[in-house]
Design a protein around this ligand. Structure first.
Ligand code: UDX
Length: 425
């Protein structure tokens, strides 16, 4: 059997670490470089600095094949395919900030023995401009479609593998394709710009589905329909599908808000006004305002009111709080004069850095103590298991529940004397 191609990974954040660990699991030697020495030290000890189910086991099981380093030369000497996994956060204008990618290009140089394999989400046209600048280096676009919380499974069982390359990098593209062969996934081989667009358009479409169902929810509320029933009935149509039709407080996370904004901005830069995406973003914003409106409907002014937020992570099974709806709600509620107390089973520590010690509680019950209302922001299973009828009700000053994910047992809560507000029902 031919020896497996060694893999370089540049940027060992969430995408980089999942990529590194999964390629190691597939039998490749992986040289993964990050510029933060502390992170590299932690990883070398076999510890995983993020909460991602299955990842610690994978890192531990493949420790012999995983080489973490701060030294780019170690990566360049041992590998030719360099998976670029640095983040591309939004700038103030909404464009993607490509400074970390610039720094990678500076450190990698222009050797024609190597190819940059772009996993980071970049604006359409980035590959072309990199090729103009570093015309020796090969370039392959290979966007990731990993969902936090199920990233290892998503990597090992992808819905599709997208490989974009232009003619002069065809040989590198074939080598990238070969890496994914054991996964037996549908392959989309295309040009670089189309691959870049597939990623942005996929995320924008999923965000559109969410904003669409959120608007249906808002209208359903006034017309007496139940959005959960509506989504169930819609989703059975194969052309629509059941996924991403969960109404709620709106989408968050490190990808959707950034990528939708970036695509809108990218279109704007070409002179095209992307009306639909403008609305998708606006609906997502209004959904948070609407959540606060539900509290005000029952409590009137929120000045001095104590509001418990259950869940800080932008969704369950992750400790990621980037662009988390909870943080926006916490800020707005404080702006309304409310006292906010939050609890999250996993993400509390990350939230502490942003919200400060005083607002973080050690348990859901502690956050609910003396609360005038509770807003369920993240659908962690343990929130459903709370003793709502007993311990929770006894602790709260006012039994008001705003269920931002339609996650709790509405009938049981109402029977127990709670005022229950869901989304679109
Ligand atoms: C997303 C994409 O799904 C993934 O393919 C891409 O590579 C990275 O971005 P992720 O950020 O992990 O993944 O989150 P995802 O599971 O897609 O959820 C995004 C947000 O939408 C969350 O805040 C979630 O709560 C919200 N959401 C999702 C809804 O409000 N309703 C839904 O029906 C689905």
């Amino acid at each position: 059997m031919p020896e497996k191609e060694p893999i370089g990974v540049i940027g060992v954040g969430w995408v980089g670490l999942v990529t590194a660990a999964c390629f190691a699991e597939l039998g490749h030697e992986v040289y993964a470089r990050d510029i933060v020495p502390e992170k590299v030290e932690v990883l070398r000890r076999g510890e995983v600095p993020i909460h991602e189910p299955g990842l610690p086991d994978l890192v531990r099981a493949n420790s012999q094949r995983l080489h973490f380093t701060t030294d780019i030369d170690e990566v360049l000497q041992n590998t030719q395919l360099l998976f670029c996994c640095v983040d591309t956060p939004p700038t103030y204008s909404g464009d993607a900030d490509l400074s970390r990618i610039e720094a990678v290009l500076d450190s990698v140089g222009n050797s024609d023995d190597h190819a940059l394999v772009m996993k980071s989400t970049v604006p359409v046209g980035t590959g072309r401009s990199i090729r103009r600048r570093s015309d020796g280096l090969g370039y392959v676009s290979n966007p990731e479609f990993l969902q936090e919380g199920s990233a290892v499974r998503d990597f090992m069982h992808p819905t599709r593998v997208v490989v974009g390359a232009d003619d002069d990098s065809g040989e590198f593209a074939e080598r990238v394709e070969a890496l994914y062969e054991p996964l037996d996934a549908e392959l989309v081989r295309t040009d670089v710009a189309s691959a870049e667009m597939i990623k942005l358009a996929s995320n924008a479409f999923l965000a559109t589905k969410i904003s669409f169902i959120n608007e249906i929810a808002n209208v359903s509320e006034d017309l007496g329909a139940d959005v959960e029933e509506v989504a169930r009935g819609m989703g059975l149509d194969e052309r629509i599908g059941p996924k991403f039709l969960q109404a709620g407080v709106g989408y968050g996370g490190s990808c959707f808000p950034k990528d939708v904004q970036a695509l809108k901005q990218l279109a704007g830069n070409t002179g095209y006004h992307f009306q639909l995406l403008t609305a998708v973003i606006e609906v997502n914003e209004l959904q948070k305002r609407r959540t606060i409106g539900k509290l005000q409907k029952h409590l009137g002014s929120l000045v001095g009111r104590q509001i418990a937020l259950l869940g800080v992570a932008f969704k369950p099974n992750t400790d990621d709080v980037r662009e988390a709806t909870s943080l926006v709600l916490a800020g707005r509620l404080q702006g309304e004069g409310a006292q906010v107390r939050v609890y999250d089973p996993i993400a509390s520590e990350r939230a502490r850095e942003i919200l400060g010690d005083a607002r973080i509680c050690d348990s859901a019950l502690a956050a609910l103590d003396g609360a005038d209302a509770v807003v369920l922001v993240t659908e962690w299973p343990e929130f459903r298991e709370l003793d709502w009828e007993g311990g929770v009700k006894a602790r709260m000053r006012t039994p008001l529940v705003v269920d931002g994910r339609n996650f709790l047992d509405r009938e049981a809560l109402r029977d127990a004397g709670f005022t229950y507000e869901g989304v679109g029902r």
